[in-house]
Ligand binder design. Structure first.
Ligand code: GLC
Length: 589
């Protein structure tokens, strides 16, 4: 076994080197521009849908959907809407695809019905993506009504369907990048007549007029979601913001308009943050790996994964925007529909977990699931049923008035007891509802929680470095792409000096032995030491591969329960490449 793991790690190292091969493509994240300004939207009525709805549908649909990730028999494995640029499809050839684009199966009402049955409260759709193709009737000829045999304006149809269904509605618009408009970011450098193109002219002749079109032709909008502002000049962004504010006074602007002029922050793609965040923000995510339809991409999130990411986003204080990519015919892939609807059925049984729900008082996910709140009522959403039905909560200082499980229209009373700083709820041995069960806990007063992470006696505890104090090493967040545009991120500790330390303070429920694994990446082999404040130590060497991987380090003993510290240091190995993500402690049988 051990030899097998080492052999694979060695192969991975030989193949990729110490640095991931995709580092060169990391520029997209620098174009997002995350900061949102102080528009005062947080407390305003126009933010009510976003603040309380907590769950919306994102749709990436355009000319690229017709290609579906394939060009001239070759597949582009990456986010489908980037196919033109990533496969270097000549502009004239790309634009000519419009003549074949005829999505006659597009049914706006069906999409609105899906969003509703998924439990979503609004839809935001790509009106123009980076390829420059308008999915609405525009004065600019490269648009779905004038350039395709389809001839319909699907944005009109969807705006009407959302209104009819009582859903919020908004547009995505790529304002900075336009690959087919001279002068735009990543667009042709020259105008059709050969003269040098300017951004200003693209802005005046295409971007600004089109934003005006979407803001004036589709009824009241709830959102305008600009994207990849990059280095767009501030004056121009201010003009766009003014245009939206005057024509659509109720619309919220996402932060990717740039220059801090948004009303809310849109986090990095596919990023559910580890800690609670204040203010108005969202995580945008997708049902598979790509945003736009790609023929091969069947990496669908199932209902459990959808709910886990939704509940964790709401638990961190944000709102979840989940994407579907209709195909070239306009149909949402069946497996996306299936799992969105399953998740929606669950939400209909537990609306209080999602809508108008507040963040978790623990401030981070718990090993068995996550928590959202309605005043002093906690919804404990259990995804991984704990052994023997013992659900443990660290650090809850407020007394419990009542606890129950609500499943199958039945309410089951739950008993609880206190053990030091821990509260133990006694649940049935088997999970009463799938994919998650909800334990509702009513507290006697205002919630007060000590947020120190717990070490649990009956479920594995992962302690990310995010929660560690670090000295003589550097903690920061790295983003990288798995496939092109499929973002992953990790907070890690690197650049370990010989004196470098990462220390977690934890609340240990039970004394005993725990299996300790270290999750890291690096080069060669690494020797790590782990020490507790009780003087218990572990030191061991394991391999290091170029991707994060869990390595067993041994059994760590806690002699007594209570507040303990665990300190990790790097004893030997390639200090520049060692990157620690987390440690994991699992109870030993
Ligand atoms: C990135 C990509 C874009 C995608 C967006 C979704 O900005 O460039 O293709 O639409 O993420 O959040």
């Amino acid at each position: 076994m051990r030899i097998g793991v080492l052999a694979v790690a060695a192969l991975a190292l030989a193949a990729c080197g110490a640095k991931p091969a995709f580092a060169a493509e990391e520029s997209m994240d620098k174009m997002w521009g995350e900061a949102a300004g102080k528009s005062g939207a947080e407390r305003s009525d126009r933010a009510a849908l976003f603040r309380d709805g907590n769950y919306g549908m994102f749709i990436h649909w355009g000319l690229y959907s017709h290609l579906g990730g394939q060009w001239k028999g070759k597949t582009f494995y990456g986010i489908g809407e980037w196919i033109m640029r990533q496969m270097k499809i000549p502009q004239a050839e790309y634009m000519a695809i419009a003549k074949e684009f005829n999505p006659t199966s597009f049914d706006a009402r069906e999409i609105a019905r899906l969003a509703k049955s998924a439990g979503m409260r609004w839809i935001i759709i790509t009106s123009k993506h980076h390829d420059g193709f308008a999915m609405f009737k525009s004065a600019h000829p490269f648009n779905i009504v004038d350039a395709t045999p389809f001839g319909r304006d699907p944005m009109k149809e969807l705006a009407a369907a959302c209104k009819e269904a009582g859903l919020g509605f908004g547009f995505y618009y790529s304002h900075n990048q336009d690959w087919t408009a001279p002068g735009a970011s990543n667009g042709p450098a020259r105008n059709a007549d050969g003269t040098p193109a300017t951004f200003e002219r693209y802005f005046r002749e295409k971007c600004h007029p089109q934003v005006k079109e979407i803001c004036t032709g589709y009824g009241p909008l709830d959102f305008i979601w600009f994207d990849t502002p990059g280095k767009i000049p501030k004056e121009l962004v201010m003009e766009l913001a003014d245009l939206v504010r005057t024509t659509q006074p109720n619309a919220l602007l996402g932060s990717r308009i740039g220059h801090g002029l948004g009303d809310y922050i849109s986090k990095g793609d596919m990023e559910v943050p580890p800690r609670n965040i204040e203010g108005l923000w969202e995580t945008c995510d997708t049902t598979n790996d790509s945003w736009a339809y790609a023929w091969y991409d069947r990496n669908w999130k199932d209902a459990k994964e959808i709910l886990r990411r939704l509940v964790s986003t709401v638990g961190r204080g944000g709102s979840y925007l989940l994407n579907v990519g209709p195909d070239g015919q306009g149909r949402v892939p069946a497996q996306a529909v299936k799992y969105l609807e399953r998740a929606g059925e669950w939400i209909r049984r537990h609306p209080r977990v999602v809508y108008a729900a507040g963040p978790s008082p623990w401030g981070h996910a718990l090993p068995w699931g996550d928590v959202t709140t309605q005043g002093n009522i906690l919804s404990l959403v259990v995804f991984d049923w704990p052994a023997e039905g013992r659900l443990l909560l660290p650090g809850l200082r407020t007394d419990i008035a009542e606890a129950s499980i609500v499943a199958d229209d039945q309410t089951l009373a739950v008993q609880w007891s206190r053990r030091g700083t821990w509260t133990e709820l006694r649940l049935p041995a088997g999970m009463p509802e799938r994919p998650a069960s909800v334990v509702e806990v009513k507290l006697t007063g205002t919630t007060d929680v000590d947020q120190t992470p717990g070490v649990y006696p009956n479920v594995a505890t992962t302690l990310p470095v995010e929660f560690a104090d670090v000295t003589d090493a550097e903690k920061d967040t790295h983003r990288w792409m798995e496939k092109f545009g499929e973002w992953k991120h990790v907070t890690q500790v690197g650049r370990w000096k010989p004196s470098g330390k990462a220390t977690w303070t934890v609340d240990v429920a039970d004394a005993g032995d725990y299996r300790l694994e270290m999750i890291y990446r690096g080069d060669g082999r690494l020797v790590w030491a782990i020490e507790t404040d009780e003087g218990e130590t572990l030191q061991n060497q394991q391999a290091a591969a170029s991707l994060y991987h869990a390595y067993p380090f041994g059994l760590l003993t806690f002699r007594a329960p209570g507040k303990r510290t665990i300190t990790v240091s790097l004893v030997d190995g390639n200090r520049d490449q060692a990157s620690l993500e987390s440690i994991r402690l699992s109870p030993v049988e």
